[in-house]
Design a binder for this molecule. Structure first.
Ligand SMILES: Nc1ncnc2c1ncn2[C@@H]1O[C@H](COP(=O)(O)OP(=O)(O)O)[C@@H](O)[C@H]1O
Ligand SMILES: Cc1ncc(COP(=O)(O)O)c(N)n1
Length: 507
């Protein structure tokens, strides 16, 4: 669905993200920062430790690197059990560690790998032995994204560090060209009012493009772990959106606010950590599943009522009266035509390109389903159909949401049509299969449309976009989203019950 999605990358609402990195007992950098960053960006975090670092906000005191056999045991323990959607690689300490991670990657390549080429901490202490620099360079072509700061970029290229932003972007171009990997070059080490980052590509669809995001530089010395947090957040958000530019836009906005709130934490006397959970503490919904899950809980009585409807019972066991099914399908075709326009409106209001593309594509698919309905079920029946009262009520509600102008409220109104259909289709189809008596089900094709994995994947994405919108919405807007979602769900219930009430009255 998304033009930027790499082959084999299946987008997930809550990606399972593994950090392979060193530790920071003060919780600001390394694995501890990664786990916070992954969670704050809506992922499920896992961690494999490469090296134990006795450090705090003032500096590094000692590094202990366990035997690489033990590193491999940790990596295998995770990958033999869990499907990993994305990996972030941080501190690798020495050549032996790099070799082991490389060998594991070659055998277990997850669909998405982000490498933060950690060499020196903010405090100036080395976290990579100089003798390991070549091995780290050789690892770069194996990953999808590399996120060097300016000194690291220079070491990877074997050049002096860039002195200004345009030199940095030129160096990133050279690194991308030499390795075939997307480079996220970071401007944190420069001075000036703005703090730019850029995604630089030399290959594929985005060849020779530079996508730059600059936000105001935050006046703070608490920047410990920004690089770790950025790279693990990028791995997480990319596994959900499939679009690097959108991911950077989201992550950069989050990181900027985490820096703005860093001083509130008062951790340590040196360069303190950033505030990974500033949104949670501010009472804003975390990006991720929590909001949508609560919407789904809110409508539990409606969901139960849907499954208790005689229409759904009869549709499930195949005994549904043909006139009722035909009324239902005709209303559905009318509904889908307008629903497609509402989806197109969501595309027009979408704040990111990946959301815009998703809703535009959904609008197209919706029209295809409508024409399929005509071809498969309604073809012979050319009698004009009247918009039934329930269909009209539902569409009026959706159209009102679409003219009112809030993207967040509109997607919340749109979502039940996906989610409830996926749920009904799935359950009825499972019930049909469980019967296992080989009997012909007159409505099997209908059940298959909505029990289909493609529809389930689209539903998961629609849920993810709703969560994302909730994460950016005010408390007032989120309350309106809740109302819109509940209202659409009730419309769905009425829609399924309409054939019983109105099929006889209309043709
Ligand atoms: N003072 C700041 N204000 C805003 N953003 C910053 C600041 N310092 C760093 N960043 C951002 O934090 C991220 C890490 O950048 P950088 O400091 O260059 O890397 P590293 O932490 O690896 O040394 C980048 O997205 C950068 O733009
Ligand atoms: C284990 C570990 N990994 C990475 C860093 C770099 O942190 P920063 O982002 O401050 O450069 C660190 N200090 N410790």
């Amino acid at each position: 669905m998304n033009t930027h999605v790499a082959p084999g990358l299946e987008l997930r609402v809550t990606p399972r993200v593994l950090s392979i990195a060193g530790t920071d007992p003060t919780g600001g950098a390394g694995i501890q920062a990664d786990l916070k960053s992954i969670a704050a960006n809506g992922g499920y975090g896992m961690a494999v430790v490469t090296a134990l670092v006795a450090q705090n906000t003032c500096g590094v005191r000692a590094v202990h690197t366990p035997p690489v056999e033990f590193l491999r045991q940790q990596l295998d323990a995770v990958s033999e059990d869990v499907t990993i959607d994305a990996v972030k690689i941080g501190m690798l300490a020495d050549v032996a560690v790099i070799r082991e991670v490389r060998s594991w990657l070659e055998a277990n390549r997850p669909p998405l790998v982000v490498l933060d080429p950690v060499m020196v901490a903010t405090s100036g202490d080395r976290l990579l032995e100089p003798s390991a620099e070549q091995a780290l360079r050789n690892l770069v072509p194996l990953v999808d994204l590399v996120t060097p700061n300016l000194p690291e970029l220079a070491v990877l290229l074997g050049e002096p560090p860039a002195e200004n932003w345009s030199e940095a972007v030129e160096q990133a171009r050279r690194l991308s060209a030499a390795t075939g990997v997307t480079v996220l070059v970071k401007g944190g080490h420069l001075t000036g009012e703005s703090c730019p980052d850029a995604l630089v590509n030399s290959h594929g669809l985005l060849a020779d493009t530079v996508v730059e995001f600059a936000l105001p530089r935050v006046e703070t010395s608490n920047t410990h772990g920004t690089g770790c947090s950025l790279s693990s957040a990028m791995a997480t958000v990319q596994a959900r959106t499939g679009d690097w530019a959108d991911s950077l836009a989201q992550v950069k906005a989050w990181l900027h606010d985490a820096l703005v709130h860093a001083d509130d934490l008062e951790v340590g006397a040196g360069n303190g950590p950033i505030h990974h959970f500033h949104r949670l503490f501010a009472g804003k919904a975390p990006v991720g599943q929590e909001f949508s899950r609560s919407l789904w809980q809110d409508i539990e009585p409606t969901r139960t009522a849907i499954f208790d409807l005689p229409f759904i019972e009869a549709l499930g066991d195949g005994t549904l009266d043909e006139a009722e099914f035909s009324y239902y399908l005709a209303q559905d075709a009318l509904y889908l035509n307008t629903y497609s326009r509402v989806l197109a409106r969501a595309s027009a209001l979408a704040p990111t390109e990946s959301a815009q593309l998703f809703w535009a594509n959904s609008a197209r698919v919706c029209l295809e389903v409508e024409s399929d309905l005509h071809r498969t079920w309604l073809g012979a029946d050319t009698a004009p159909r009247k918009l039934g009262p329930v269909t009209k009520g539902y569409l009026d509600h959706l159209l009102a949401a679409s003219v009112q102008g809030s993207y967040a409220v509109l997607v919340a109104a749109i979502l039940p049509c996906y989610w409830l259909y996926a749920d009904v289709g799935d359950r009825l189809h499972a019930r049909f299969l469980a019967r296992g008596d080989g009997s012909v089900h007159p409505y099997a094709a209908w059940l298959e449309t909505y029990a289909d994995e493609g529809f389930a994947a689209a539903t998961r994405q629609a849920i993810a976009f709703t969560d994302e919108a909730a994460g950016n919405a005010s408390a007032q807007e989120r309350a309106a989203m809740r109302t819109a979602f509940a209202q659409s769900s009730r419309c769905e219930l009425d829609f399924f019950d309409a054939p019983r009430l109105h099929a006889g009255a209309s043709s």
